[in-house]
Write a protein that binds this ligand. Structure first.
Ligand code: C2G
Length: 130
């Protein structure tokens, strides 16, 4: 299982999902709800939770997608879906260690030089053609 927002889905997200899938026989993805993103980051995602879930669900290596409704439910979700392994990018190193007692926690190297934040900044700085 892996957790994420997957807003403006990009190659870093795809690589993370592919490498996660390679660690098991099924990949379940928990996508943060719009409200959860709002409370965590202080702004709504650009793509709605339904759109983000539809995109992630369409990825070949993804078997199941569900929404992360609220904070503090990760343990419940991991148990409910009988996860053996949880993966996160290495920007989350140590942050999921609390689940070591129920799953193997694997931090995967982030794909360099790409993030939703950078894409937004790049688009913002585009100048209209003269
Ligand atoms: N990722 C990556 N390489 C990038 C960008 C992202 O490997 N260049 C990974 C992140 O490390 C994360 C996953 O892709 O494991 C999803 O990234 P985000 O949508 O940015 O996830 P985030 O909003 O940080 O939500 O409680 C944890 C949250 O649900 C994670």
């Amino acid at each position: 299982m892996t957790f994420g927002t997957f807003d403006l889905f990009h190659i870093g997200h795809l690589r993370l999902l592919e490498r996660s899938a390679a660690l098991g026989d099924r990949l379940v993805v928990c996508v943060s709800s719009d409200q959860l993103v709002l409370s965590r980051k202080g702004r709504l995602p650009l793509f709605s939770e339904q759109q983000r879930m539809d995109i992630v669900r369409s990825i070949r290596c993804v078997d199941k997608v569900f929404v992360e409704e609220a904070k503090g439910l990760k343990r419940h979700y991991l148990l409910e879906h009988r996860a053996d392994v949880v993966t996160m990018g290495d920007d989350y190193t140590n942050k999921f260690d609390e689940f070591n007692d129920i799953v193997e926690v694997v931090y995967l190297k982030r794909t360099p030089d790409i993030s939703t934040t950078d894409i937004v900044a790049q688009i913002r700085s585009l100048k209209p053609a003269p």
